[in-house]
Ligand binder design. Structure first.
Ligand code: NG6
Ligand code: CA
Length: 518
């Protein structure tokens, strides 16, 4: 009798314990996957208005249909490096020098020390990985030691594992970096990366232009690999080099492997796609899968990747316990340096949706991009107009997983968890600073439907579609009412002088304060 009741009590305690553990796991420490697309514009996918006759994105659309599709979801900058810097550090990139587009031999942009999104999640017991495009520099002040240990890098700022394309694929070198090393590097064939032509007979996009499988239109005329000339020069490392066509498959393969190996922990995966950055080289099986150019085909390829990741979660029965955030690193661009017919074959496709501007600009099209959260069973399907940004994921994930934020940590990241999970009445940000490229550039500042533009640098080239406006010189300050003028065409500073002056002052205040997190 006594034994039996003891046994029953033990079973009850054990069951309660298990219940508690699964509850805690399901409620507080879901797996998190952030899928960041590259140069994907607001209108580039079906659920944001892309027409099926142009291209289909069923897998991403499924996330939107079962989760939250944000209409005011942002990345913090209209180029890659500053957005990624801010996403991982929770800090506006304009606060730090060296956060503009990183060159092939650039040193680590994020210095080890301060808390980062992955280091905070590690505190919560997560296993963390980044797989895909990095473009945040590697190594100390002298830059990457390609034949030695590539550190500091992701592992020094909170990632347990990394499998990277070191910069962008239009920059040299075309090799994978696994943890601290170039993968498959033969020491007898060392890798050299530089800014100057290594020898007079080194073939380049200038000297051997006739041999290229995709011609360049501006820049991108240095070392040739896989029939494509790039930014920068390199020699050696032949065994380590990959084919552009295989990148997407590799990200999926490595991600599946890592997820499977870490399925018993809560995990955080930063799936950093290279699609649709130039050179846009879809795998052979995706060619012609859109009615557009390769630019459309690599969107279809990106969509396939998303489908594969979801499939893996389903297979491992992790879907109900995984939060997926789908986002982009900057707005869209047509011709970004290669003659891939992106512009010529754009047809009626609107890569920036209803907005104007795109990559490189502080117009809405530069940073207002697809933003979807998906967590079956926890998130109720809806469309949300709340303002959220990739910079907010650090503080929001800390709140989700119960990590207390030190006062100085993630200084511009807002806890918008309620909005990200679609909780009733939950608010997003009340204001956001947008920027173009690193420190000393241009700003956008949105408060409600007011948008202030501040151009400290000359307005950058904006080669997306045929937006003449974006190519014009801009006044230093201008004010727009997004509720009536989503394309930022009519400067209403003179009609609303108090709003104009107030917003100018507020923006300067945020810049001077060094932080903005409440
Ligand atoms: C520019 C490149 C562009 C692209 C961009 C970075 C030229 C002429 N243009 O300098 O092709 O690589 O940098 O894009 O070289 S990003 O999405 O990674 O920020
Ligand atoms: Ca980008």
């Amino acid at each position: 009798m006594k034994h039996q009741s003891l046994f029953i009590r033990a079973v009850v305690i054990l069951a309660a314990g298990l219940f508690f553990v699964t509850q805690a796991k399901a409620a507080d420490k879901p797996n998190i996957i952030v899928i960041m697309a590259d140069d994907l514009g607001y209108g580039d996918i079906g659920c944001y208005g892309a027409k099926p006759k142009n291209l289909k994105t069923p897998h991403i659309d499924k996330l939107a249909a079962g989760g939250i599709r944000f209409t005011s979801g942002y990345c913090s900058a209209s180029t890659c490096t500053p957005t990624r810097f801010s996403f991982l550090t929770g800090k506006y990139a304009f606060r730090q020098a060296g956060t503009g587009i990183a060159p092939p031999n650039g040193p680590a942009v994020i210095k080890p020390g301060p808390e980062t999104l992955p280091s905070l999640l590690k505190k919560a017991g997560y296993k963390t990985a980044v797989i895909g495009k990095w473009h945040l520099g590697l190594g100390g002040p002298d830059g990457p030691d390609w034949n030695g240990e590539l550190k500091p890098g992701p592992r020094e700022i909170g990632f347990d594992y990394n499998f990277l394309l070191p910069t962008t694929n239009d920059r040299v070198p075309q090799v994978y970096v696994e943890n601290h090393r170039v993968k498959n590097l033969d020491p007898k064939d060392p890798l050299w990366v530089g800014r100057k032509k290594p020898s007079p007979d080194h073939p380049t996009g200038m000297t051997h232009r006739h041999t290229l499988k995709m011609d360049w239109s501006h820049g991108h005329n240095s070392t040739i690999h896989n029939g494509i000339s790039r930014i920068g020069f390199y020699t050696g490392g032949h065994k380590a080099r990959f084919r552009d066509e295989d990148l997407a498959d590799e990200w999926v393969k490595q991600s599946n492997k890592w997820i499977e190996a870490n399925k018993d922990n809560p995990f955080f995966l930063f799936f950093s796609s290279h699609d649709l950055h130039v050179p846009r080289i879809p795998h052979e099986r995706f060619r012609g899968k859109s009615a557009l150019s390769y630019r459309g085909d690599v969107i279809v390829q990106l969509d396939w990747c998303v489908g594969e990741l979801v499939k893996t979660l389903d297979r491992l029965k992790l879907s109900k316990n995984t939060l997926i955030v789908f986002c982009s690193d900057n707005g869209p661009v047509g011709d970004d340096g290669y003659k891939d017919e992106a512009l010529e074959k754009m047809g009626d496709h609107q890569p920036n949706g209803p907005f104007s501007g795109g990559k490189y600009s502080v117009l809405e099209g530069g940073t207002r991009t697809p933003f979807i959260t998906y967590w079956p069973g926890r998130i109720q399907p809806q469309v949300s107009d709340e303002m959220v940004c990739t910079i907010d994921l650090a503080a929001s994930f800390a709140a989700l997983t119960g990590v207390k934020l030190p006062k100085t940590a993630v200084p511009d990241s807002f806890n918008v968890l309620g909005a990200l999970l679609g909780e009733k009445g939950a608010k997003g940000r009340d204001h956001l600073v947008q920027q173009d490229n690193g420190r000393g550039g241009n700003y956008g500042y949105r408060v409600g439907s007011w948008k202030l533009q501040r151009h400290d640098a000359k307005r950058k080239r904006n080669v997306i579609v045929t937006n003449k406006l974006a190519n014009q010189a801009a006044p230093r300050f201008a004010l727009f009412d997004l509720s009536k003028d989503i394309q930022e065409k009519k400067n209403v500073a003179a009609q609303h002088p108090e709003v104009f002056e107030r917003m100018k002052k507020e923006l300067q205040g945020i810049i001077d304060a060094g932080r903005s997190r409440p």
